[in-house]
Write a protein that binds this ligand. Sequence first.
Ligand code: DGY
Length: 321
Amino acid sequence: MTKPKVFITRRLPDEVVDPYKEHLDIEMWPSEVEPVSRQVLMEHAQSSQGLLTMLTENVDEQMLRKSNNLSIIANMAVGYDNVDVKTAETLDIAVTHTPDVLTETTADLTFGLLMATARRVVEASQYIKDNKWEHWSPLMLAGTDIHGKTIGIVGMGRIGEAVAKRAKGFGMNILYYNRSRKPEAEESHGASYADFKGLLEQSDYVVCLTPLTDETHHMFNKEAFHSMKKDAFFINASRGATVDEEALYEAIINKDIAGAGLDVFEQEPISSDHPLLSCPEVVCLPHIGSATKETRYNMMKLSLDNLVHHFQGKPLLTPVP
Ligand code: DGY
């Protein structure tokens, strides 16, 4: 029996992929680091029945309409804004993502980024490495407390709730804003619902975990940053395009807010002259929310399991909602 042809857009470890070769005819882009070019991806999308994509691939309407053999896209991320899901649905192409397996790992990173930003951890490490530590002084690298402060979580999905759990352990007061209210989250984490503006006005830490959609695109704009307290911090571990980066930069340099921790950017990777990199109050990370070995392996396996389920006619494990 011929096996379905699947193209994986980045080199994944053989120990993960090899067991799936029993069920799938797998071809992989040879580089672990460099993304596949659009041209090459177009060709493979046309000749394959399944794709295993990364968040770096833009699977848009043009690509989907040209891919007559394609019946499934397994996106190795919980976010799927890089795939035109509406068009895929029209063309009867299934789309899966990788929720759950990355929830706790991404929440760890998000809370770690909040802590690093508030306590100036990256700046302090650089201070020693630059040989600047000559004296101890009462306000040397003094940061901002986390315990007892108010965290405002924008997007109370799985990762939002996992961050709320951590915030509760730190004795924080928890606010959240979400499309719909989550009574169970209010109950289990002691979180209170606020409207977006109210959350911005009251929070000491505004944490963005909302998916990127047409409605959330640039929701953190000039007005939003103006609504925040002057000593508040903005943390983003969702998608960069939820933020108007120019407005964020202005807010930082004008001291409208105290600082920011960013794991994501509108255009990734950012260039070395990106204005936000010049701000000491901003901690920047290269989109590593789910980047632990354990979790990345689980994301790879879940994507491959979805492909096998699809081609065996079984229900998909994690279809996009
Ligand atoms: C995701 O899965 O959407 C994350 O952003 C990857 O780290």
